[in-house]
Design a protein around this ligand. Sequence first.
Ligand SMILES: [Zn+2]
Ligand SMILES: [Zn+2]
Length: 169
Amino acid sequence: MTSALLINVVELLRSPGTTKDVDVSVECEAIAFDDARLVDEPVGVQVRLESMSTGITVAGRVSATWAGECRRCLAPVHERLTVDVDELYQRALEDPDAHPIVNDQIDLVPMVRENLLVALPVGPLCRSDCPGICPQCGADLAVGVCGCTAPTRDPRWAVLDALRSTDDD
Ligand SMILES: [Zn+2]
Ligand SMILES: [Zn+2]
């Protein structure tokens, strides 16, 4: 199977210092995430391959869409995730973090998958200041404060409250 993420690097290996840009969008399926959080929307890969004496560096960004639940209010969250990547590929693996160059080809799929999976939020939030739900009645505190969270009032205010409610009527 030929993939847009299987890059032939014969030319790069031949001349150190040269670069090759990859800017593709592939089906989510092609990455085989095996993680239900990743949504079936295109995965973007914008990287520059550069031939170095030590191997080929691949740097740029990858993006995908994930969905989940806000950890505080359980609202559905659907977001685009973009991750900066900086990887090294070598024919003979010398660097412990390097990926292999096999048959003069670089397969970007594993590194795209790894970088995105690692960057998925562990405790997603619908928004950074989500107030969550009331632990007692389950009311969505983003919508309004529920009765349970009201502080216990000084009984002396009860008189004023009574007057105020009379006014409201
Ligand atoms: Zn929330
Ligand atoms: Zn409540």
